[in-house]
Every structure is written in C-alpha cells, then in structure tokens.
Design a binder for this molecule. Sequence first.
Ligand SMILES: Nc1nc(=O)c2c([nH]1)NC[C@@H]1CN(c3ccc(C(=O)N[C@@H](CCC(=O)O)C(=O)O)cc3)C=[N+]21
Length: 286
Amino acid sequence: MTTIIDGKALAKKINAQTQELVAQLREKQNIIPGIAVVIAGDDAASLIYTRNKHNKAIKLGINSILKKFPANVSQDELLTEIEKLNNDDTIDAILVQQPLPPQLDPEVITNAIVPAKDVDGLNPLNLGKLFANQHGNYPVACTPRGIMRMLAEYNIDLQGKNAVIVGRSILVGKPLLALLNNANATVTMAGRNTRDLSALTKTADILIVATGVPHLIKATDVKPGAVVIDVGINRLSDGKLTGDVDFEAVKAKAQAITPVPGGVGPMTIATLMEQTVDLAQWRHHG
Ligand SMILES: Nc1nc(=O)c2c([nH]1)NC[C@@H]1CN(c3ccc(C(=O)N[C@@H](CCC(=O)O)C(=O)O)cc3)C=[N+]21
C-alpha cells in the first residue's frame, strides 16, 4: 500500500506545538514573536497566501503585521520599509512575498533583510552556512525545511539514496540540494531543460518536483517504490489545485507520495510559524 504523506495533519501537530511554545514564551519570558509579511502588487494568489500566513500567525499568538504596497512601489520605498523592520525590536521575522513586480530587484530586496530576521533563509550568509553544513542557529527556507520534517516524520531513510530534485529555484530547489546533501543523500539537480529528464527521474529513490508545470511527472517517469514529493501549486481553470505530479497514476507506483493540496503547502506555513519563533528565541538568547 502506498503511504499518502499527510502534510496537513503534520502541520496541524506542529502548529499546536508552536502555539504552546508561544504561550510559554509570553508567560515565562515576556517574549512575543513577531513576523512582518511584505507584499507588493495585487496578484490574487499572493494576496491569499500572505493573508493566510498573517491569519495563521495571529491564531498561534504570534504578532503579525501585513505591509501592503501598490504594484508600482519604488525600490527605495521598499528598502526604507525593510530598514525600518530590521530595526524594529518587536519584529523577529521578515518575509517579502515573491514574485515581486518587475521594477524591483529580488536580489537587492532579499539582501536588505538583516540575516537574523531572514525567515525565508534567502540571505547569502544563511544560504552559505547551509551549504557549508555549519553548526549553530540560522534560518532555512521554509518549504525545504518542511519537506525534510515530513521525510523524518515518515522515517524515510536518506543515507546513500538517490535524490533527484526537479526545479532549481533559490526558494526550494537550491536549499533542498544542500539539505539532502547534508543528510548524506546522493543528490542530482535537474530542471525543465534537463535532457531526457524521464531517464533521470527514474533513477530517483526520492523524487522532489518543484517546477510549476502541472502534471510534468507521469507514472512512466517514476521508479517503482520511490518517495515522491510534489511542491507544485497550480490553479486550474476550474479553480482546483493540482501539483506537478500526476498524483493518481504515480500513487499506484510509489512507496509514498504527497498530495496537492494537503501536502507540502501546509508544511510551508507551519514551518514559517515555527521558524519565526526560532528567530525570536535566537535573537533573545543567541
Ligand atoms: N517569500 C516567499 N516565501 C514563500 O514561502 C512563498 C512565497 N514567497 N511566494 C509564494 C510561495 C507559495 N507558498 C505557499 C505556501 C503555502 C501554500 C498552501 O498552504 N497550500 C495549501 C492550499 C491552499 C489553497 O487552497 O490555495 C495546500 O497545498 O494544501 C501554498 C503555497 C509560499 N511561497
């Protein structure tokens, strides 16, 4: 029988733990973790995601501020806001929702966030520590961290396994490459342009897909018994969400698989909340 990896249930468990920890921090140490979610423009999906993050934070007792800017906001204006948040003692975590309008350089914007508040783990200092497999406390991109948590929860052994990542983004693919490599998996990074992608994905014991191409991965692209993690969130014309993996067909072949919705997505939010509290604790106690 194929295991359906229940990201929603695990996220619920993690959120309950976060809520409990937040209550304790408030009671015993007078610490209230704070997150600022910054959004520019009026992309419908982005607005829903940022609102979901904001509402979840409030529900768990985390202080959350949602900073909305018009689509034509200037880079200087956004940088001024980030600088204010960097210096705001009530804020532990800063997230700038991607994608950004074209006049804004994502590299300049993410580099402006002070590394200690970089809850997306995108600052080169944090990414560098991750790639160096350094000890100590630093933030890691929430989706990859959530995926590693799911694999651990379901006792999926990574030692010496072939892991193939399809998708090379800085928010998902690249940090995952480092995390899986640090966990002693043998990692191959592929993209949509990879020649004979199917031959490669069929070598994967662990297959992680984050391309934004609906149903890119079919049953014929998967090795029997593989663990398949679907990071895709694609909204179809009928309003339904679907992943980058042909779930029904691949399910029949896989050892374990994440659904969309209810897989990686809820884990991303739960990890974001968890890491906000981590950042608050690290900032207060080192
Ligand atoms: N700076 C930045 N950090 C991010 O982490 C970030 C971002 N920008 N931009 C957009 C992507 C996308 N993302 C999702 C998070 C949760 C769900 C999620 O909860 N999905 C639910 C379904 C929600 C629904 O029904 O729409 C699920 O899969 O079950 C989806 C997508 C975070 N992202």
